[in-house]
Design a protein around this ligand. Structure first.
Ligand code: IYR
Length: 224
């Protein structure tokens, strides 16, 4: 038995404005995030990446097991190998794996199997989910924990003025061997990080969000 110890939570974060304004101000930043597929090769400092990963790792996790690893790739040869692995899976997806419906749903995005951005973006962050702790212990709610951490990484990059893409070439098993990851780490998401190219374009349709009332329900819906 480990006896719990507690500290006073006597300095909770207090925003300099009201909760309404604080949340609205963050929304004004987050709502400008776009998934980018045309990156500039402009450098992003290692220090920036360290802060982004610190932001991600501030996420809550089941029993504080922190079941994640953020592999930050800048080496051109590793990026080339990742691009080739991803493009092989994407070719299979576009040529035969994806259903007609899926291909139709992708049409507005204008995507294809070419993933040249994987070599152009200055950093590729490969998020791995830990199926156990490094010393063989159990992890809990790993899917939720890593989803939260990844979301916080994306938000931090946006706040830092950096573009990201949530890229999931599927299956992603090729990433472990390229990056020499151990068996208990499973690839979760591939996130290019950088600045948008000067001539970057983004799909027009994806900026539209459903009205709030379709995403947010207060208490029970009214029965008529
Ligand atoms: N992984 C492919 C296909 C793709 C799938 C979904 I769902 C998207 O939202 C976008 C793309 C690709 O990256 O091209």
């Amino acid at each position: 038995m480990v006896a719990p110890t507690f500290l006073p939570h006597d300095q909770p974060y207090v925003p300099p404005e009201t909760p309404e304004r604080a949340a609205q101000n963050l929304h004004a930043i987050l709502a400008q995030r776009r998934s980018v597929r045309q990156f500039s090769d402009r450098a992003v400092s290692l220090e920036t990446m360290q802060w982004l990963v610190r932001c991600a790792c501030s996420a809550p996790s089941g029993a504080n097991k922190q079941p994640w690893r953020f592999i930050c790739v800048q080496n051109p040869d590793l990026k080339r190998q990742i691009r080739h692995g991803a493009e092989a899976e994407e070719r299979a997806l576009y040529e035969h794996r994806a259903s007609e419906q899926w291909l139709k749903d992708l049409e507005p995005l204008g995507t294809d199997a070419n993933k040249d951005f994987l070599e152009i973006a200055p950093w590729l962050v490969v998020v791995f989910k830990l199926n156990q702790t490094d010393d063989g212990g159990r992890v809990y709610y790993a899917e939720q924990s890593i989803g939260i951490a990844t979301g916080m990484f994306l938000a931090a990059a946006q706040v830092a003025g950096l573009a990201t893409l949530t890229h999931t070439p599927s299956p992603m098993a090729f990433l472990g061997p390229i990056l020499d990851r151990p068996e208990h780490e499973k690839p979760y998401m591939l996130i290019p990080v950088g600045f948008p190219a000067d001539d970057c374009e983004v799909p027009a349709h994806a900026v539209v969000r459903r009205p709030l009332a379709e995403s947010m329900v207060i208490d029970r819906p009214k029965t008529s």
